[in-house]
Design a protein around this ligand. Structure first.
Ligand SMILES: Nc1nc2c(ncn2[C@@H]2O[C@H](COP(=O)(O)OP(=O)(O)O)[C@@H](O)[C@H]2O)c(=O)[nH]1
Ligand SMILES: [Mg+2]
Length: 379
C-alpha cells in the first residue's frame, strides 16, 4: 500500500475515554518510529498493516485550552511535515476524526463534544465519527446515541458522519458473562467509505480486512483465556477428567462465536466444550511428558485452551465462508476436535518437555508455555 493512500485519522477524547485501547484493538497496528523529537509529547502515531489507516493518538482533552491548542498544533505540524506532501498546501492531511466518548459517562457527552468541536474548528468539513467507547451495556446504546446526536446538534459546522458504539477489548462482568469486542470493523469500514472514489477499496480487499480484524480480535481473546487456564489448571490433581476448565472454555467459545457473529446455540457450545476429543488430547499430552503435578497440569491446561480457541476460530471462519453450519452440531464437534488434535501446540508441548527435562524444575508454567509458543512461531 502506498503511504499516500493511507487515511490519517485523528483520535480525540478525554483522558481515560479509551483512545489508546481502541487503537490497539485495530488489527496489525504498530507505533511508527521516528515521529520526530518534540512531536511525541502530545501525540503518538500508529499505523495498521491490515487497514489503510494511520491513527494519531492524542493525550486527553480535559485540560485547559492552552494544552488543547498545543496538542492540535503538534498534530498540524506533524501532518504538514510527515504526511502532507500534497502540492496544495492548504491541505492539512487529516482525513477523518474519531471522537471517543465514554459510553458509561453520559452526563459528560455534551461538555466533551463541545470542547473537541472548539479544538478542531480550523479543520473544516472533516468527516467526524463519534465513537461511543466502553459500550458494554446493550440497553444503554440507543439512549447514548440519542444523547450524542443532541450534543452535536448544537455545533452546526461539524460534519458528523456516524455514531458508532464500540467495545475495543472484551469486558468481564462476572465469571459467566463477558462482553465481546464489537464495532471495530464497522468503524474502520465506515471511515474508509469517506475516501474519495479513486481511493476506494474493492470488495475482495474489504472482506480480507474484515476477516483479518476478526481473527486479530479473536486471537486476543484466546491469548487471554490461555493465561487464565494456566493459573486455573495448575493444581496437583490430574485435571483432564475434571470440569475445572469448562467455564473458561465455554466463555471463550461463546466469545469467539460472537466476534464472528456466528448464530450459535447453547447446545452447540456445550457439545464442543464437552467433547471427549479435548480430554483425550489433554490425557495424551500428560502421558507423554515426563513430569506430573501442578506445573505440568498448568502447562497442559494452557495448551488445551489455546488449541480449543484456535480450533473454534477455524470453525467460525469455515462458517463465515459457508463451509460449515452451526446448526449441524455433530459436524461442528468433529471439526473442532480434529483441529484440536492437529494443533501445533500439542506436539510442541510434548517435544518441549522431552528436550528440557532438566530445566523445568524451577520454571513457572506460564514461562514454559511462553517458550512453547515461541517454538511454534519460529517454525
Ligand atoms: N475492558 C475494556 N476496557 C477498556 C476499553 N476501553 C478502555 N478501557 C479501559 O479504560 C481505561 C482507559 O483507557 P485508555 O485507552 O488508556 O484511555 P485513553 O486515555 O483515552 O487513551 C483503561 O483501563 C482501559 O483498559 C474496552 O473496550 N474494554
Ligand atoms: Mg491514551
Amino acid at each position: 500500500m502506498e503511504e499516500s493512500e493511507k487515511m490519517n485519522i485523528l483520535v480525540l477524547g478525554a483522558s481515560g475515554a479509551g483512545k489508546s485501547t481502541l487503537i490497539k484493538a485495530i488489527s496489525g497496528t504498530e507505533v511508527i518510529t521516528g515521529v520526530g523529537e518534540g512531536n511525541t509529547q502530545k501525540i503518538d502515531v500508529y499505523e495498521s498493516t491490515t487497514w489503510p489507516i494511520r491513527c494519531i493518538d492524542t493525550k486527553g482533552f480535559e485540560y485547559n485550552i492552552f494544552e488543547q491548542w498545543k496538542t492540535i498544533h503538534q498534530v498540524k505540524k506533524y501532518t504538514k511535515e510527515q504526511i502532507s506532501n500534497k502540492e496544495n498546501s492548504s491541505e492539512i492531511g487529516i482525513d477523518a476524526i474519531w471522537y471517543c466518548i465514554e459510553g458509561t459517562a453520559r452526563r459528560t457527552f455534551s461538555h466533551n463534544i463541545n470542547l473537541m468541536n472548539k479544538a478542531i474548528k480550523g479543520w473544516k468539513n472533516i468527516p467526524v465519527f463519534a465513537v461511543i467507547t466502553k459500550s458494554y451495556s446493550e440497553v444503554d446504546i440507543p439512549e447514548n446515541i440519542e444523547a450524542v446526536k443532541q450534543a452535536f446538534a448544537k455545533s452546526k459546522n461539524i460534519n458528523l458522519k456516524k455514531i458508532i458504539p464500540v467495545v475495543a477489548e472484551e469486558y468481564v462482568i462476572n465469571e459467566e458473562i463477558t462482553v465481546a469486542p464489537k464495532g471495530i470493523e464497522e468503524l474502520c469500514i465506515q471511515t474508509l467509505d469517506c475516501l474519495d472514489e479513486a481511493k476506494k477499496i474493492n470488495k475482495t480487499n474489504r472482506d480480507r480486512m474484515i476477516l483479518e480484524q476478526k481473527r486479530f480480535t479473536a486471537n486476543g481473546a484466546v491469548v487471554g483465556a490461555t493465561t487464565s487456564a494456566v493459573v486455573i489448571g495448575a493444581v496437583p490433581i490430574p485435571f483432564p477428567d475434571s470440569i475445572i476448565l469448562m467455564p473458561l472454555e465455554t466463555g471463550l467459545t461463546k466469545l469467539i462465536f460472537k466476534i464472528y457473529k456466528v448464530n450459535y446455540s447453547v447446545e452447540l457450545v456445550t457439545a464442543i466444550v464437552g467433547s471427549t476429543m479435548i480430554t483425550t488430547v489433554a490425557k495424551s499430552i500428560l502421558k507423554a511428558i515426563p513430569i506430573a503435578g501442578a506445573v505440568a497440569n498448568g502447562v497442559v491446561a494452557g495448551a488445551i485452551v489455546f488449541a480449543l480457541g484456535q480450533s473454534v476460530i477455524a470453525a467460525s471462519e469455515a462458517i463465515y465462508n459457508g463451509k460449515l453450519e452451526p446448526t449441524k452440531i455433530n459436524e461442528m464437534v468433529e471439526f473442532v476436535g480434529e483441529k484440536v488434535k492437529e494443533n501445533a501446540i500439542v506436539g510442541a508441548t510434548i517435544s518441549y518437555f522431552e528436550q528440557n527435562k532438566d530445566k523445568i524444575q524451577d520454571k513457572k508454567p506460564k514461562e514454559i508455555l511462553d517458550e512453547i509458543m515461541k517454538s511454534i512461531k519460529s517454525k
